[in-house]
Write a protein that binds this ligand. Sequence first.
Ligand code: BDP
Length: 723
Amino acid sequence: MKRYRCFFVKFLLCLFFLIPYQIFAEDGYRLWLRYEPIENAELRNEYRSMLREINFPGESPTFQAAREELNRGIEGLFNSKISITDNDSIIKEGTLIVGTPSSSDLIAASTIHDEVSKAGKEGFIIETIETNEKQCICIASNTDTGVLYGVFHFLRMLQTRKHIKNISIVRKPRIRYRLLNHWDNLDRTVERGYAGSSLWDWHKLPDYIKPRYKDYARANASIGINGTVITNVNANADVLTPQYLEKVAALADVLRPYGIKVYLTARFSAPVEIGGLETADPLEPEVVSWWKNKVDEIYKYIPDFGGFLVKANSEGQPGPQDYERSHAAGANMLAYALAPHDGIVMWRAFVYSNEVPEDRAKQAYNEFKPLDGKFRDNVLVQVKNGPIDFQPREPFHPLFGAMPKTPLMMEFQITQEYLGFATHLVYLAPLYKEALYSDTYAKGKGSYVSEVVDGSLEDHRISGIAGVSNIGTNRNWCGHTFGQANWYAYGRLAWNHKLSSGEIAEEWLRMTFTNNIDFINPVKKMMMASREITVNYMTPIGLAHMMGRGHHYGPAPWVDEGRADWTSVYYHRADTGGIGFDRTVTGSNAVSQYHSPVAEKFADIETCPEKYLLWFHHLPWDYTTNSGRTLWNELVHRYYQGADSVKWMQKTWRSVKGMIDRERHNKVSEFLEIQKQEADWWRNACLLYFQTYSRRPIPEKYDKPSKSLLHYKNLEFKYVPGH
Ligand code: BDP
């Protein structure tokens, strides 16, 4: 009997431990909003002493969202509830007071009232105050959305185990429009998306509202993203028809409480395609009034609609140039329709044409610089970070600093189209920071791209930043668990580009995995090195655009057929004499598009940073690089160093096994193995191909590629995602 009882107890114990693991297995769905219990009793007590009660009056949907998040966070972090009241007559010591001067009498009456104005429209203050001789923490803002941001910030402090005694912080965003761009199609495919299908379940909208929409909104609000373009830049006019506008309105209703506005991509030929007009000429009065009526109609469905994002006359998209009108004429026509509603136009500068006999890297500048000062004041020109196309490394786009009269939006890619899709671990904050902290010298030393983008350099009224989303229907949203870090980092930098990549990585790791420093330190180191590692095994020393044709999967430096500016040979220009694109005065002279002394620095091989060397220069294989190695040997060295470093990443990841849940640890391990194989593939394919020109050996100390160049050239891939 005793033996049976013992067995039964063991069985129950097993169930007790197993069932939660089965049910609550970490699948990554909760992102960085996991709110796991605080294990350190001392800290828990410190927190609880300042969180005896919450005073949070006010009924707006945004306040309800903020209260819901507070409840969720506190329940998770403390395994218990804290009552939220709106009665401010009896305040206990350690009450968390939340609201705006108009929603909370306590805030209106306290000294914090005057300081709130410093926080602007979306910012917030978190401060320890004395009210009725009681010590309390106060989260205050001028607006409900600011309060929500403050609540998320406060929860982040608890999640990352910051001390909350005597706090006094003011935070406000540096950039006004902080957007995600979804390249999502109405058939739910996602252009360059590697994390499943589109989140937007168009067929079931507006009647069925997936719970995911709200979780999407929560995640974005937690990092301060305040807008989302829900359709692909390669646009479909159907989204502007009533049938779809009704669906868009339903999504906007879910996102609104979280401070997120919805934007759409506007297909320039919509007046013809869905309007029955014969032209889309932006100077034709009937076209102008068609758009005006369309915009008025959109605002009937979505009263706070954000505006349009437009890709025009680029990669086959229609645009004003079809009617011999300028980009400004096109943008202004839409801006005119949106202005009465406070909407904006984000007009993309990503334009280039195979028919223009000019270096692709120069074309956007040539097209847009003359238009500076010609745009209406609710137009932003959206510029990719580099002059070609989201490559693993590019110098900053020369338009930054070249259009002082126009607010320029930064466009980053979060989805890893050129960075190993969703299976390579590449932390992108260092890439974003490199671009944002490039010095344009537009107004002398210290005229950083970040200041062009946040509008401070020219004192612009509006400013914006966009990140091409990596989000899909995969349970963990981004495909790779570490892809979540790029969404997170993009949002945090959009809010405050001064944050360092390292501190953002650490915040994310703490919230996403654990506060265990033995885990954080090595993994943060791995994240911080990952982008440079990827550059090395894909496109070192300033090389670019050598991926598989069309689908962009894997290496294909040999691509030389079809449209010239979509080949690889156009970019690397390898021949028996050397490698690299001469963009100095003896070549395309793209350097001349930069301000002095940047232009001279890039133009001179002595001063050009080695990371951009082959972007700006065609150099002989025996050219001596900074290390003393010849260019060929340096290229070999970088490729091997990059691919070998993935082994180091694997080793690092193995060393933290057991410190986090098995499920996510396993998945990342398996993806790292794919990354390892693909890094070797990039290295081997590129080196074997370039060797046919360099005619130099791979030095003895490196293992020779096991397969032939022909093997790599013959690889074919059908059904690649995102294409
Ligand atoms: C390229 C992508 C293409 C996009 C284009 C764009 O390959 O799918 O449509 O950018 O940004 O990188 O418009």
